[in-house]
Design a protein around this ligand. Sequence first.
Ligand code: SAM
Length: 270
Amino acid sequence: MRQIHSLTNPVIKSLRALHERKRRKAEGLFLAEGTRIVTEAFDLGWSPQHFVFLEGREDDTMVKRLIRQADDQGADVISVSEAVLSKLSRKDNPQMVLASFAEKWAEPSTAFAAQKGCWLVLDRVRDPGNLGTILRTADAVAAEGVLLVGECCDAFSVEAVRASMGALFNIPMAQMTEAAFIDAARDYKGAILGTALPASVDYREAEWQEPMMLMMGNEQAGLTPALMAAATGLIRMPMLGRSDSLNLAVATGVALYEYHRHIGRGQSGN
Ligand code: SAM
């Protein structure tokens, strides 16, 4: 364990740089903040590269446990001042702990080989807050995973990790191009339900089954015509007022809970 107070320390500089996508991809690392999210990561078997905590908090029960776990896993354990921690988290009231982890991606073929459940497919999702919220909802209904298609925002950005509330540590994520998705979809044995405003089938009347994929479109443009053509069915949620569409994360929540109502694999939750 070591103490760092300087913002010019090379480790602190490299951790601060993980707020930039370019640096995250170059290092293959991302940041997660807060005792709750970091505990979730550790409990799910993710090993941190660095574990940073606010000096003076080493005797707090949660922080103490995390320090011990991080140390056991060979992480670089660092105590820092509040000033350094707020620069690392870019917040005035930073959380007490922060950790860096290596990115993990599942093979996209896993999604097409699944024999049960639902993989969520996101077409060019742009807003990291939406993506994190969607990961949290996908986790809530025990979806098999989330497949990012085309140019998406970074699932490992600080904003997406925060919005996922740690769900990103529990749900497999894969990524592929639209062309590769359409190619693989030809041999897929399950259903591919796309959500789209022009669809004529009400989401409550859809043929929910498993295995399946649920496709959600980009925030501005919706699903591409090619992805709509790759779907085995298109569904819509009724819009009764003057708004023409639901927010992407809200639409995903509505559709995923309808999937859960029909399939749900006997899980009632609490
Ligand atoms: N202007 C876009 C369009 O024409 O599709 C709106 C996109 S909407 C904000 C983002 C995504 O949420 C859509 O691509 C679709 O997947 C889903 N969505 C939102 N409202 C929906 C609805 N009423 N029925 C079906 N899908 C919906």
